[in-house]
Design a protein around this ligand. Structure first.
Ligand code: SF4
Length: 331
């Protein structure tokens, strides 16, 4: 991955990973910052600079380690080794949370973060599952830091709990030969290729994602598919019907036998609209006032009736074409 500049908290160089990154990106300009949370030089830039800002790498120490309870695939959402991402999906919820600061931030205190997971898992009377990829894309991050490989190997030295993470990337090669003990749940996010090209800039193609799922399953990982986000643009039924047929044709028999599926409808916001209109003026408009309704705090959701119809439609398609798969939820 090519970056233009590095912004770093000086304390990060007291950590092994920080020093490794310094060596790796030594030829780039390094600018010290007080906090990875507030880089005025970047937050004050106009929206037109959004894509360019994603070419910056931010390195810091994670200070917040608060877990959020979750009832989907995992028990807890865990703040882990990165936040933000260098890709640019038009609807990315990180844009909404961090506004213009959704560039990739790497946190070098990985030992501290994994240690907390292991302690929490060990103390629990029942097996817990930790979602470590809710703030970033760890498969992408792994190409820079090797953190995912490091995490899986070290987590496997313990005996309790499970890890899970979603991705839109296919660079799973370094994960295939790891000892993971069947305790890592890999979830690939998919969309019709048309939606990927029009809205998920800088992510892997659908074909590459499907190959990655097949390879991860072959390597013994439990695998799931996220159809997410479902973007109900005009003609969405045809696009998603074809996507499900394509998955049925291309996913291996081994994947299909153990597959689970999550479906999430797109949410959008006033902030997304403002940034995308200036940063990607030629991109498709995802806001549709006929189909969407405001949900407070500048958020937009598909209207209830449209969502309900979407769920019925997708459930039917899935039951016909991927009948062995377990549908975990729609939201
Ligand atoms: S790949 Fe994920 S984290 Fe990165 S921009 Fe897209 S939705 Fe956001």
């Amino acid at each position: 991955m090519n970056f233009n500049a590095v912004y770093y908290e000086p304390d990060s160089l007291n950590y092994t990973l920080g020093r490794e990154l310094k060596q790796k990106y030594d030829s780039l300009p390094w600018t010290p910052i007080e906090s990875h949370n507030k880089i005025v030089e970047m937050t004050s830039k106009p929206n037109t600079e959004f894509a360019k800002m994603k070419k910056n790498l931010i390195i810091g120490v994670r200070k917040t380690h608060k877990y959020v309870e979750n009832q989907k695939v995992s028990d807890f959402l865990v703040p882990y080794t990165s936040s933000g991402c260098s890709a640019s999906c038009l609807y990315c919820y990180l844009v909404c949370n961090y506004n213009k600061c959704s560039y990739l931030r790497l946190f070098v205190n990985r030992e501290q973060m994994l240690d907390k997971i292991i302690k929490t898992a060990t103390k629990s009377e029942r097996p817990l599952t930790f979602e470590i990829g809710s703030n970033s894309d760890l498969v992408l991050e792994n190409t820079i830091t090797g953190n995912l490989k490091w995490t899986i190997e070290n987590f496997n030295k313990t005996s309790n709990g499970f890890l899970t993470f979603p991705t839109k990337f296919d660079m799973v090669g370094p994960l295939l030969n790891l000892e993971h003990g069947g305790r890592v749940i890999f979830r690939m996010s998919v969309n019709p290729e048309f939606i990927i090209r029009k809205t998920e800039f800088g992510t892997s193609s659908l074909d590459a994602r499907i190959k990655a799922v097949n390879n991860m399953c072959e390597a013994g990982y439990k695998t799931g598919i996220l159809i997410a986000p479902v973007v109900q643009i005009n003609g969405w039924e045809k696009l998603y019907g074809e996507l499900i047929s394509y998955l049925a044709d291309r996913l291996s028999e081994k994947v299909k036998k153990q597959l689970f599926i999550e479906c999430i409808f797109m949410t959008y916001s006033y902030v997304h609209r403002a940034i995308n209109a200036e940063a990607f003026p030629n991109a498709i408009e995802l806001y549709d006032k006929e189909k969407m309704t405001g949900g407070g705090r500048g958020k937009y959701y598909y209207r209830q009736q449209l969502k309900a119809y979407g769920e019925d439609f997708l459930r039917q398609e899935l039951s016909q074409k991927l009948s062995e798969a377990e549908i975990l939820y729609f939201c």
